[in-house]
Design a protein around this ligand. Sequence first.
Ligand code: BES
Ligand code: MN
Ligand code: ZN
Length: 535
Amino acid sequence: MPADLQVAAASVPPDGLDVLGVPVVADDDGPRLMPGLPAHLGELELPVTVDRTLAQRHGFNGTAGQSLVLRPAAGLEVVLIGVGPAPVGEAERWRRAGAALVRAAGAGGEGAVVVPADLAPACGDELSLDAVAAALTEGAMLAAYRFDGYRSSPRPGSLERLVVLRGEAPPGTSLERGVSRGDAVARAVALARDLANTPASDLTPRALAERAVQQLDGLPRTSVEVWDEHRIATERLGGLLGVSRGSTEPPRLVWARYHPATGGPGEPPAAGGEGEGGPAHVVLVGKGITFDSGGLSLKTADGMTTMKTDMTGAAVVLAVLAACHALEVPVRVTAIAPMTENMPGGAAVKPGDVLTMRNGMTVEVLNTDAEGRLVLADALALAAELRPDAVVDVATLTGAARIALGTSIAPVYGRPQEMADRLQGAAARAGEQLWPMPLPEEYESHFDSDVADMKNIGKAGEAGSIVAALILARFTAGLPWAHLDIAGTGRSTESAGYRSKGATGFGVRTLLELLLDELPLPPPGPLPVPPSADH
Ligand code: BES
Ligand code: MN
Ligand code: ZN
């Protein structure tokens, strides 16, 4: 159930228009209509100026995300939508404006938003028309997102339809292209939100794997494969198996693969084929704990209330795969999502137990609530076996990430550092915020084990997000790697702008932006110390 709102591009306003969004820039001396807007759209007169006295009374100054509703004629609402000071160089301001329009517009009906045919006077040459259309679409659709499938009577929705109108000239293909790109991105985010909002008993590892197949199977140049508990055992995924032991639900591991069109008429290369000189290959790994009770190191009642969302990383990487084809991602992408519950059943892994991971390294489990790193260890080892150009993992990994950076900014880790920088840049363009964190060698000793290669926790109360990242790094075989800890950003306690209460889908837009960026990826670093064979 993606957002109900349909967005399209059009050259004339639809009949029976209910709401018209008009962009307003914030000048030093007050709000002003965006330069370059047409004076009228067919029959429809646009406001010529912004009434500054009225605007001031309502505290509207044209900041991105602000809106002011006017009623110039019966039946039609004009919503002034702020995009901030000119030049409007960032897509993010148009996302906020799209969201503000939808939130001001109320339930039902048809909306339109007008953009200047010539953007240069308002936006400089930073933004193309299709980028503006994409951002407006994305913001509007994400603000319209609802998760109402579990209510006996649905709450009032949003606008049903929104058209993006380019002043004067008929819409060029770029406007339509922008709308369809924004639509594809917003649908991917909505899919991740839907999966993460679904109650854990309805989204067991088996159910999540089935949903992945439903969403991905049949998409062009996309394939999906599911490993069941037997395959997981024969593949020696000791971390995933260990975590799953406390549950009556069997684990799953989903592989999803996408490859870009080759350009030629022939067959595309087989998935998994290692080709020199072909498109770059990026592996995405997502934590898929469908419910995290903490296991025998049981969480508190409060600590468990949001743990149906502990599979957000898996939801994010699968949603990204689902959008690769529509967005014409130019690189090869593989998503690996290990899925299990973390429960305290009679067969559960016990504190002090030692698990042997896919790559042969052993981990002493001293806290069963530090389970994400155990399942990711196996998935990262599998990723590394493919020798891709880069690996990126996404996980609701540590409460410490939320304590450090809150719910708007996620820590990003990278080796080499350039990988973290690349992710941070992609996030900034996509309207998500990442902040680089260190991987200091001196903290490696925090997770020395008395009996195994490492233990699964560091020192209580010290650098919890960093230590978790250092543990993950041991399984990446020195390949270019980045890690996003979305424990803070994956959920929101309020609906505001284009964020929705509950699961946010944070990470989808950053990863899509990364995959669409055609810069070469950094070369692999030196191989890490091999695991000790004797213990
Ligand atoms: N899934 C949690 C992390 C989490 C906490 C996500 C809060 C979202 C909100 C993770 O599995 C966990 O329990 N981590 C522990 C690690 C600790 C035992 C070393 C934590 O952060 O407390
Ligand atoms: Mn946990
Ligand atoms: Zn967890």
